[in-house]
Design a protein around this ligand. Structure first.
Ligand code: KDG
Ligand code: MG
Length: 404
């Protein structure tokens, strides 16, 4: 049969930053793309795809998307986890891309069609101090964005999550080992409510303000923060506690009405089943790339819909334009999809992955090309460019390791 999968390629490349991209080609020349980037563990997922998954795909029917998902998930016995689920996710997205191209339809049409005219997004504003932060907030407002994530420096700390010396933030540092940062929760908790209140005062009521705590607080500290910022009227506080302790959020919830978002490090519906079904969160942040692709995200979002939880996927620069495309198509076709993070990319990344998705009037649009609407410029995906790059680690002032 001419439509079976004939070629499986795993591209590890560095157009400005590391990405792992899966390219499947059918015998009749249809190409499907998937993103398998796991920041700081790129070669592990590349090997998983090349050595264990790729050989199983040759000669398979790309139209059996759900069956391939189940085969790669149930057939492996060692289930879940970021590496395996990113690999499965990449295959799943590539198969949806092939289906779109074979039928000549943009992916959102195959996912049920538009439920909204445009997709809300949020951008990042970062500044060491309040004037620098407000400058970036104003720039996003002027560019038409209504929802802004605000991250700022903490007095006494040299490096803080979400902040960089330049305007573009890249969490992964180049080099053979992670950068070590010092973290001080008390200083952070003393400082951040005042910053968020000052930003609210500056922008007025109509702007959605988001803040990422990056897993750093104990449940009672998170509860205190949630209460302290209630007058600010946050869109959400993200990742207030370490993500694997689902019960922690029950305690936070009992103390505050500030909306809670979590889930960028979750890989399956089973990682967030309790959080969703017990209504302990307001937004689920799972990403196409890290939680098993479009097929699995649809299941997570369906569970969330039943429980009044909204979808708000992760979208930093390490989620490639391929995954972002998948998320935007899903978002335009999913009723309980609230907002898509869009951190933005260096120019070279846009050139390396030419894409139909785009920003229009402060919102995201998927474009109308068949499938994902993303291609690859092979000249910008040179395997020799790959360089080890790790996410930082953090230690408290006494030297104990803490969540980064
Ligand atoms: O690879 C890790 C980053 O993607 C993460 O630190 C970004 O927390 C993040 C966010 O919300 O975008
Ligand atoms: Mg985050």
């Amino acid at each position: 049969m001419s439509d079976l999968i004939e070629r499986v390629e795993v591209l590890v490349s560095r157009p400005a930053r590391n990405y792992v991209t899966l390219r499947l080609t059918t015998r009749d020349g249809i190409v499907g793309l998937g993103d398998a980037t796991v920041n700081g563990r790129e070669l592990a997922v590349a090997s998983y795809l090349r050595d264990h998954v790729g050989p199983l795909l040759i000669g398979r029917d790309p139209g059996r998307i759900e069956d391939v998902w189940q085969y790669l998930y149930r057939g492996v016995y060692w289930r879940r986890g970021p590496i395996g689920m990113a690999a499965i996710g990449a295959v799943d997205v590539a198969l949806w891309d092939i289906l779109g191209k074979r039928t000549g339809q943009p992916l959102y049409a195959l996912l049920g069609g538009r439920v909204r005219d445009r997709l809300a997004t949020y951008r990042h504003a970062l500044g060491w101090d309040l004037p620098a932060l407000l400058e970036q907030v104003d720039a996003h407002r002027e560019a038409g964005f209504d929802n802004i994530r605000v991250q700022t420096g903490v007095p006494g700390l040299d490096i803080v999550y979400g902040i960089s010396s330049g305007p573009v933030y890249e969490p992964a540092g180049r080099g053979a080992a992670p950068v070590e940062e010092t973290w001080d929760t008390d200083s952070y908790l003393r400082h951040i409510p005042g910053v968020l209140a000052a930003v609210r005062e500056h922008v007025g009521d109509s702007v959605g303000l988001l803040h990422d705590v990056h897993h750093r607080l104990t449940p009672i500290q998170a509860a205190r923060l949630g209460k302290a910022v209630e007058p600010v009227g946050m869109y959400w506080l993200e990742d207030v506690t370490p993500a694997e302790d689902q019960e922690a959020l029950r305690l936070v919830r009992q103390h505050t009405t500030t909306p809670l978002a979590i889930g960028e490090v979750f890989n399956t519906v089973w990682d967030c089943q309790q959080l969703i079904s017990n209504r302990l969160i307001d937004y689920i942040r799972v990403a196409v790339v890290h939680a098993g692709g479009i097929s699995h995200l649809r299941k997570i979002f369906a569970l969330a819909e039943v429980h009044g939880v909204q979808a708000a996927p992760h979208g930093p620069s390490d989620v490639s334009p391929v995954s972002l495309a998948a998320s935007i198509h899903l978002g335009i076709a999913t009723h309980n999809f609230a907002i898509q993070e869009y951190m933005g990319y260096p120019d070279l990344v846009h050139e390396a992955f030419p894409h139909a998705w785009h920003v229009a009037e402060g919102h995201l649009q998927p474009g109308d090309e068949p499938g994902l609407g993303v291609s690859i410029d092979d000249d910008l995906h040179n395997p020799e460019d790959y360089e080890p790059a790790y996410l930082p680690v953090a230690r408290r002032r006494d030297g104990t390791l803490t969540d980064w």
